[in-house]
Structure formats: C-alpha cells, structure tokens
Design a protein around this ligand. Structure first.
Ligand SMILES: C[S@@+](CC[C@H](N)C(=O)[O-])C[C@H]1O[C@@H](n2cnc3c(N)ncnc32)[C@H](O)[C@@H]1O
Length: 546
C-alpha cells in the first residue's frame, strides 16, 4: 500500500539529497601511538563523519546492528559550522560560518538539514537489515528530524511509535512558563519488522515451564527467572546430591533460594525455589545434571523484580513491580547527565552535556548482543564506547564500537582518553584502534593514490561490484572473492605492469564461472576473453564510484 506523506523541503535540499554519493572515498590510517590494547576491532576515528562513514562503507556496509547519535541540537549556541563541500552557490556562502541563533540566522534550519541528510543516508546504508538507529534531539529540530527520518528510513520503519523521551529533570533551569526537563530520542529500524527486542526474544512462545508463573529480575540483558521445582521431580544424572547457594558462572547461574536442593536417587525430596539466568526448564535440568555442588552466596538485595505471566498460548506478558523490563517510551530513573561518569575518571569539566552511560547502555542492551557492532558518529566524550564496554563486562558480550569525532583535540584528548581511562578503571577487556582519515582513494585526476594497498583497492572494488563486504581471508593472490556465480580478480601492484596477459590466463583455474578481472591493461583478444567467460575492467576508469 502506498502511503503519501508530507515531504519536507528546505533551501539546498536538491543539492544534498545525493551528496553522500559525491563524497570522495578516503582511506583510514591507523595511528598506533593513540591506540590502546592489541588487535582490537573497536575504532575511534578522528574526522568528519561524512567522510568517515563513507570510508567505513566497504568494510561495514549492512553490518552495524545499532547506531546511537547525538548530533548538534542546533540550539544557536553550540558553535557548530556547516562545512560540507557541496557544489551549490546557495550553500557555498554558508560555509565556514558558525550557525547562529533563531533571531540572527534565517537559514539555520536549512543548514542543519543539509548537514544531517547525507549523513543519515550513509548511516542507513551501514545498518544491518535488523539494525536500529537512535538519534538524540531536543525541541529545536525535533519536527524537522522526524520528517527527514521518515523520508530516509520511511515512516513504516519507526520502531513502534519511534520516539522516546529521556526524562532529565535535573537539568531544569530558568524561569519559564513550561520548564523543559526532557529530551527526545527517535528510534527507527532499517526494516523494523526484523528488529527484535532481546528481552522479548529471550522468551519464546514454546516455553516449557514447571510453574505457570515466573518472576523475572531485570539485569541489563539476561533476565533472572524465579522458578519453583516441585517435590518428586526426577533429574537424570543426579543421584544423591545436595546443591546449595549460587551455582554456575557469571552468565549461566542458578541460585538456590533459602534452602538446599536435596536429591535422593535422583528425586527431589521437597519443593525448592530457584533463581536462574535462563528461564527454560530443560536448560535448568541439564544444568543440574552437568554441574556439581556449589557453595557461593550472592546478594540480590536492592534489585528489582518484575512478575512475568504466561498467556494460555505461552506468550509472556509482563506486570511491572518496579524498574523496567520493557523499554518504555519515557525513560525515567536515569542520571540527568553524564558529567559524573566522566568526573569519576578524573576528567572534570572537559565536555558539555555528555550523555549518561546508563542511557546509552539501556538502549543498546535491548537491541544488541554477542559481537554486534555499535556505531556513534558524533562521539563527543565517547559515552557510547564506554557504554558498550560496560555492557560487555556485565553480560559477557563481545560487542564492538565505532566512534567518529570531528574535532582533533576532542577526538584525541577526550574521546580516546576517556575510553582509555574507563578501560583502566573498570578493567574492561578490550582496547581500540585510533584512526585518522587518510588520502582519498582517487586523486583529483581520478587516478588511484600511490599509497593505496592491494587489499584496500580489492576491498573497494569488491564492495562496489557486489554491494557486500569482502571476506579478507578469502583473498588468494589475485583472487579477491566470489559472489553470485562470478569470481573477481585484481591485478594491482605487480612487480612489472598490471597486465592481463596469456601468462595470467594460464595461471587461472579453469572453471565455467564468469570472471571479472581488474587490471591496467589487457593483452588478450576479445574472442579469447569470451571463450573463458572473462570480463576485463580497466583500473581506474572502470572502478565504480559508489
Ligand atoms: C552533542 S556532542 C555528542 C556528545 C556525546 N553523545 C557524549 O555523550 O559525549 C556532538 C559531538 O559531535 C561532534 N561533531 C559535530 N559534527 C561532526 C561531524 N561532522 N563529524 C564528526 N563529529 C562531529 C562534535 O564535535 C561533538 O563532539
């Protein structure tokens, strides 16, 4: 069904709607001295996110599970500057000037929209099909942002109502008729039908429960379930055994509440209440048949409980006591600001209005797990990196972050420094690679830059040919990968010349598959190429520009 939506227009729109395509491809250069830890896949990139996102595209297109951004709100006093190299006379006169306040800058909303639009398009392309994007904003640009998000992501991809409120009551200031004590976060999926909230996913409909009623305690990702195992239950593999206290490890644990759990000849002699991080009966039973006894204790004091009931068809629904198991549209009970998070790292007053780690953590905890990638292209003080590492520590995940920050001093002395200090203070297991934006892949004459390595060009070519990311492990000599019944080859940086000749042809494996071969020159006639099902593409002229 076609839905006709109001479409927002603004000065400069026609010049920026496809600007993401015109942005030159630049390479990323790792800076070892500013990186931390060994071989981390976390990235902190210094540079304009328009170019940085484009540089990430051949590696991460369609791979990012969750994006959180907190762009300039356009309040009129942030000192942000619109500086994109857009070839439009209307826009050129804006460049390099600080965007002013409502009364003195009549184009301030146009500039902001011109800045955001191509970046949001690149962010959409980086998201995985089941990925989500959260954008923090306040009343200055809320309505404009919502309309361009609807335009880029489509209204149907709002996640539920697509709008969250962060109640930051503590930042109330001044005498007004309506005192502002909240901000907004817009939430969209690349395809919202594929977006799953992990809390709901953890409770599949086919639950096979011992008791009708479970109690689930909210931890960040793994809920804890309270379950009664009834007297008389038989568990294979457990003969005479007594379990007590907390058993298991950080992520898979069962706590025997209050009493002991006593088996005689494999049969439970009285009812026992268990708290477990996995509310599946069969998993719990397997757990007891595998582990041994444990004696540790665990203090659950002060944690919140939520009752979970099951409908007849097995689908859970929640009755809240305190706290949140579902992601409510109003986010209460979070810190009012992230300043304290930074102060704890002995970095006082270094950054205005950082977001609280808990806020970003709450968002990403609902939608990411394992080794998902989280991206923040307006990184500021690095809250998102800190939140990812903290959540990983809490639930044993292995999520990765990518942060981009424009300002040189901020990127080095604040973003990277803060993440580094957080790793030191809280013992997070990961580090990060610090990257600068390097030269464009092509110079002004359209020639490939000298420094470009074989792998970089291969990555780029593979991406533009297939719209998917290269598997670097699959690169073998000149073979850079296969896709959809086609094999791709690159002859580049060869000792002599980069030539497709008979010698190369003889080395190729004989297969019927179509082959696309990139080289500077081809010395093989058309008929032979056709016979071997080969298409020659000349570097750089036929290297497509994404
Ligand atoms: C509102 S702050 C983000 C604060 C962050 N969420 C935190 O908790 O610290 C926005 C940041 O985006 C950066 N920024 C603005 N324009 C940018 C661009 N084009 N590319 C990359 N970063 C940009 C600014 O320098 C600033 O540090």
């Amino acid at each position: 069904m076609m839905i006709f939506m109001p479409i927002l227009n603004w000065i400069g729109k026609e010049a920026v709607v496809n600007h993401d395509k015109e942005v030159p491809f630049r390479l990323l250069k790792k800076v070892k001295s500013l990186s931390y830890g060994e071989n981390s896949q976390n990235l902190i990139i210094h540079g304009d996110n328009l170019e940085a996102l484009k540089a990430l595209m051949p590696y991460y297109q369609g791979q990012v599970k969750c994006i959180y951004i907190d762009p300039p709100y356009n309040t009129g006093n942030e000192g942000w500057v619109y500086n994109d190299k857009v070839n439009s006379p209307k826009i050129k006169k804006w460049l390099g000037k600080v965007v002013g306040s409502e009364s003195e800058d009549l184009c301030r909303h146009d500039k902001w929209l011109c800045m955001m639009y191509p970046r949001l398009k690149l962010l959409r392309d980086l998201l995985s099909d089941d990925g989500v994007i959260f954008v923090s904003i306040d009343d200055n640009e809320l309505s404009n942002l919502r309309l361009i998000m609807d335009d880029i992501f489509s209204e149907q991809n709002r996640i539920d109502r697509g709008i969250l409120i962060w109640n930051n009551a503590g930042s109330t200031r001044g005498f007004r008729r309506i005192v502002k004590n909240h901000e907004y976060i817009l939430a969209y999926g690349k395809n919202q039908e594929l977006v799953e909230s992990l809390y709901l996913k953890n409770f599949p409909a086919e639950l096979d429960l011992i008791d009708e009623r479970l109690q689930i305690k909210r931890t960040n990702r793994n809920p804890l379930a309270k379950v009664v195992f009834p007297k008389g239950l038989k568990i294979e593999g457990v003969e005479d055994a007594t379990f007590k206290g907390l058993i298991g490890d950080g992520t898979n644990r069962i706590d025997i509440v209050g009493n002991e759990m006593v088996f005689k000849k494999g049969i439970l002699i009285k009812d026992v209440t268990l708290e477990a991080s996995f509310p599946y009966k069969n998993q719990m039973i397997e757990f007891f048949s595998k582990i041994g006894t444990g004696e540790k204790t665990y203090d659950y004091k002060g944690q919140e409980w939520i009752d979970v009931y099951f409908r007849k068809n097995g689908v859970p629904y929640f009755r809240k006591k305190r706290g949140t198991l579902v992601l409510g549209s109003v986010m209460n009970e979070l810190p009012n600001s992230g300043s304290l998070d930074i102060e704890k790292l002995n970095m006082k007053n270094i950054f205005n209005n950082p977001k609280p780690v808990e806020l970003v953590k709450r968002l990403i905890s609902f939608f990411t797990s394992d080794d998902d990638i989280v991206l923040d292209s307006f990184a500021g003080s690095g809250t998102t990196g800190h939140a990812v590492l903290d959540l990983n520590k809490e639930d044993g995940g292995n999520r990765k972050f990518i942060l981009v920050e424009l300002e040189d001093k901020v990127a080095k002395d604040i973003t990277a420094e803060r993440v580094k200090r957080a790793i030191g203070k809280y013992g997070y297991k990961d580090g990060f690679e610090f990257c600068e934006l390097d030269k464009s892949l092509f110079n002004e004459n359209g020639q490939i830059e000298q420094e470009c390595t074989f792998e970089q060009l291969a990555t780029y070519i593979y991406f533009t040919e297939t719209n998917t990311n290269i598997d670097r492990k699959a690169i073998l000599g000149n073979f850079i990968g296969g896709y959809d019944e086609t094999e791709y080859y690159l002859i580049f940086k060869e000792k002599g010349k980069n030539i497709l000749n008979k010698e190369f042809l003889n080395k190729l494996e004989k297969s019927n598959k179509r082959k696309v071969i990139y080289a500077d020159k081809c010395l093989i006639d058309e008929r032979t190429l056709e016979k071997h099902n080969i298409q020659f593409k000349q570097i750089p002229y036929e290297v497509m520009v994404y």
